[in-house]
Design a protein around this ligand. Structure first.
Ligand SMILES: [Fe+2]
Ligand SMILES: [Fe+2]
Length: 414
C-alpha cells in the first residue's frame, strides 16, 4: 500500500485505510472501491491524497532497491533516539517503524541538531543555578503582551463577536493576515475552497479558531529575534508548526471539542525554550551542548530541571498566564512532558504524542537529542489506533510543504 495524490487516483482502486476529513469525520472506509462519486467527495472535502492497496507509489523502501547498510544505519540511529520509550508498546513500535521509513526515504539520518555543532566552552565559575536565582530573586521579566494579543483575548471572551471584528483586528497586521490565510489554505485545514479574506476564514472555521490561531502566531512572532548562533529558528519553526498540525489532527480523531486550543498548544509547547534563549542565551547555548554531551541521554526538560530547577514548559506557562491565554491551554503546555499531571490528561497527551512523532521523524527540531519519554497509559485511554500515526506524519509533512517559503528569519517577521 501507499499514498496516491487525488489527481492520480483512478476509479477501481481500493482504499488501504479509512479516509477522514480534517475534523475526523469518516468520509470513506478501508476496502472501499473508488468510483467517480467517491472522487468527488474527496475533492469537495479537501482530501489531497489517500492510502490505497497495491499502489505503484508504495513506500520508497518498497519501490526502489533497498540499501541494506543504509537502512540498518538509520534503524540503529532511530533505535538510539527511542531509548527513553517502551518499545513493547504497539504504538511506539509502529512509530519507530514509520520513523525509520521516513528518515530512510528522506535521507535524514538522526540525530538532527538545531544547536551549534561547535562545543561551547563552559566559562570559568559558570553556574547554571544563577539562572534559577535570577528567576526566583528578581522574577523573570517577561515581555508585555502585544496589543493584538490583548485585543484577541477580549474578542474570544465576547460571545457577540462577529467575523468582521476578528478580521479588523487581524487586518491591522498585514503579515499576520497573510500568514493566517496561508495556514488555513494548507491541506491540514482541509477547506473545500480557497480562502482569500480573514472574514471568510472566520465564517468557515469559526471565531475561536481564527482568533486562537492569530494569538498563537503572534506569540511566535514575539520571539523571532533569537540570535542565530544560539538556535536554528527555521528548524524550531518546523518543529512547532508540524507539532501543531499533528496535534490538531489527533484532536480531530479523538473527537475533542478543543481542536483550536490543541493546535495552539502544539504550536507553543516549546516556546519556553525561546524565552530562556531570549534572556539567557549564553547559558542556554551551554545547556544545549550539555544535553548533547550527556551520557545518560536525558530529554532536554530533565537536563533543564537538573541544571536550573525549572523547565521550558513551566516558563511557557508563566508567559501564557501573563498574556491571559485560556487556563486549559496554559495547563496543556505546562504539562506537555507529563500529561498525567494535567487537568485534561487525555488532551494533553495528544500534544505529547505530536511532539514524539515530530522528534522521531525529524520535522525540524527544538534541540532534543532523543525522543522524549512518553506516557503510554494515558495514550491508551484516548483510543486512537496506532496505525493513525502514518496519516499524522503525512499531515505534518503536507503542512510543512505548504509553508516552505515561510521558514526563514523573515517568514514570521513583522
Ligand atoms: Fe518540550
Ligand atoms: Fe517539542
Amino acid at each position: 500500500m501507499g499514498f496516491v495524490a487525488l489527481e492520480a487516483l483512478g476509479e477501481g482502486r481500493v482504499l488501504a485505510a479509512d479516509v477522514h476529513d480534517i475534523n475526523g469525520r469518516l468520509l470513506l472506509s478501508k476496502g472501499q472501491v473508488i468510483a467517480a462519486k467517491h472522487l468527488r467527495v474527496l475533492k469537495i472535502w479537501g482530501v489531497t491524497e489517500v492510502d490505497v492497496a497495491g499502489s505503484s507509489t508504495d513506500d520508497a523502501v518498497g519501490q526502489t532497491a533497498v540499501d541494506p547498510e543504509k537502512l540498518s544505519a538509520v534503524a540503529a540511529a532511530v533505535t538510539e533516539m527511542f531509548k527513553q520509550l517502551d518499545m513493547d508498546h504497539n504504538t511506539i513500535a509502529y512509530l519507530h517503524e514509520c520513523a525509520v521509513i521516513q528518515r530512510y526515504t528522506s535521507g535524514l539520518i538522526p540525530p538532527n541538531r538545531c544547536v551549534p555543532k561547535e562545543p561551547t566552552p563552559v566559562p570559568d565559575g559558570f553556574d547554571f543555578q544563577e539562572i534559577h536565582r535570577q528567576m526566583t530573586r528578581d522574577g523573570i521579566k517577561l515581555p508585555e503582551a502585544p496589543t493584538i494579543v490583548l485585543k484577541l483575548n477580549e474578542i474570544i471572551a465576547d460571545p457577540h463577536t462577529t467575523a468582521n471584528d476578528v478580521a479588523q483586528i487581524v487586518g491591522t497586521s498585514p503579515s499576520l493576515t497573510a500568514l493566517i490565510l496561508r495556514i488555513v489554505n494548507s491541506a491540514a485545514f482541509g477547506l473545500p475552497t480557497r480562502v482569500d479574506r480573514i472574514s471568510r476564514a472566520v465564517a468557515l472555521l469559526g471565531t475561536r479558531e481564527i482568533s486562537a490561531l492569530a494569538m498563537g502566531v503572534s506569540v511566535m512572532k514575539a520571539f523571532m529575534e533569537i540570535p542565530r548562533d544560539c538556535i536554528d529558528m527555521e528548524a524550531f519553526l518546523r518543529h512547532s508548526l508540524a507539532s501543531a498540525t499533528i496535534t490538531r489532527y489527533l484532536a480531530a480523531l479523538s473527537n475533542s471539542s478543543q481542536t483550536e486550543q490543541l493546535f495552539i498548544a502544539g504550536l507553543l509547547h516549546d516556546i519556553g525554550k525561546l524565552i530562556l534563549l531570549k534572556y539567557f542565551p549564553v547559558e542556554m547555548k551551554t545547556l544545549f551542548q550539555a544535553t548533547w554531551a550527556d551520557e545518560e541521554q536525558c530529554p532536554f526538560y530533565l537536563v533543564e530541571r537538573k541544571a536550573i530547577g525549572r523547565t521550558h514548559a513551566q516558563l511557557a506557562g508563566m508567559l501564557l498566564k501573563k498574556w491571559k491565554f485560556p487556563e486549559t491551554l496554559q495547563d496543556m503546555v505546562v504539562n506537555h512532558h507529563r500529561p498525567a499531571r494535567a487537568v485534561h490528561p487525555r488532551e494533553t497527551v495528544l500534544v505529547q504524542m505530536a511532539d514524539l512523532i515530530v522528534n522521531a521523524v525529524g520535522f525540524g527540531t527544538s534541540g532534543e537529542r532523543v525522543v522524549p519519554s512518553f506516557d503510554t497509559s494515558i495514550w491508551d485511554q484516548v483510543g486512537i489506533a496506532g496505525s493513525s500515526i502514518k496519516m499524522a506524519i503525512r499531515q505534518g509533512e503536507q503542512q510543512l510543504r505548504a509553508m516552505e517559503s515561510l521558514f526563514s528569519a523573515k517568514g514570521l517577521g513583522a
